[in-house]
Design a binder for this molecule. Structure first.
Ligand SMILES: Nc1ncnc2c1ncn2[C@@H]1O[C@H](COP(=O)(O)OP(=O)(O)OP(=O)(O)O)[C@@H](O)[C@H]1O
Length: 247
């Protein structure tokens, strides 16, 4: 589902010689991963690459789609609709209400009005921000905006979920709720990556960790260069269900 092969990612030269690391990774449906590393180790750069927000240097297949510089705009748009990214600084349309901002991914995917309304109400409630539905984002607290960013990223039940640090560290209740929500989606076949400086010790999901900057073990003599196997045993994927998931 996701294959990165010799992907060039920036990191601070203070952390890795030359300020560039080369990452190879394979993740299947139903797998999740912490991406752990100090400041400027390339966590956000990795998430931005997977979210198609920065050019790919190297070879990458995302949601079974090989990426290329000449990616047709329609393919890019279709892929983006399957990716939910809770980034470090979520932006909102300031003139739209919180509910309309959260509903945008469904609007862009041309869902029916009644369905958009039902799903938006359900997910606002799921993240405890239903009382702010009609407020403008600029009038709300940072935590409420982060909750809304989580709702907006997950409202389509994306196949690939990317979470950067603030949503995992700002508020322990939000982290717990977010992780259990995403765990459910992963068990139904999504793939998820969580970027954080230090893995929280008390949290058991996800189990696997990728540490940045990436220093792959030197190949032993005669060892062929190949894409590393998946970090995980394969799971039996199930199709995510849409209806009533957040109600
Ligand atoms: N678009 C870019 N072009 C070149 N270098 C970049 C770009 N974006 C980030 N960098 C550099 O890549 C390195 C990694 O940055 P990144 O933001 O990915 O780190 P991070 O691990 O997410 O850090 P933090 O925990 O502070 O958010 C930094 O040295 C940064 O200056």
């Amino acid at each position: 589902m996701i294959t990165l092969h010799n992907l060039s990612l920036p990191a601070s030269p203070a952390l890795i010689q030359g300020g560039m690391q080369s990452l190879s990774l394979q993740l299947q449906r139903g797998e999740a991963l912490w991406v752990v590393g100090p400041a400027e180790s390339g966590k956000t750069a990795l998430l931005d690459t997977l979210a198609l927000r920065r050019p790919v240097a190297g070879s990458a297949t995302i949601l079974n789609e090989p990426l290329s510089p000449r990616f047709p705009a329609r393919t890019r748009q279709r892929l983006r609709q399957r990716i939910g990214y809770i980034d470090a600084n979520p932006l909102f349309m300031d003139r739209l209400s919180l509910a309309d901002n959260v509903a945008l991914p469904l609007e862009l995917a041309h869902f029916r009005h009644a369905e958009i309304q039902r799903e938006t109400e359900a997910i606002l409630q799921w993240f405890g921000i239903q009382d702010h539905a009609q407020a403008l984002p600029t009038t709300l607290s940072h935590t409420t905006r982060l909750r809304a960013a989580c709702a907006r990223a997950l409202i389509t039940h994306p196949s690939l979920i990317l979470v950067d640090e603030p949503a995992l560290t700002l508020c322990p209740e939000l982290r717990e709720h977010l992780l259990s929500t995403i765990k459910d989606l992963v068990q139904n076949g999504a793939t998820a990556l969580f970027a954080i400086r230090t893995r929280p010790p008390e949290v058991s999901f996800p189990e696997a960790t990728l540490t940045l900057p990436y220093n792959p073990p030197a190949p032993t003599e005669g060892e062929k260069e190949e894409i590393p196997p998946s970090l995980f045993a394969p799971l039996t994927p199930m199709a995510p269900t849409y209806e009533g998931r957040f109600s």
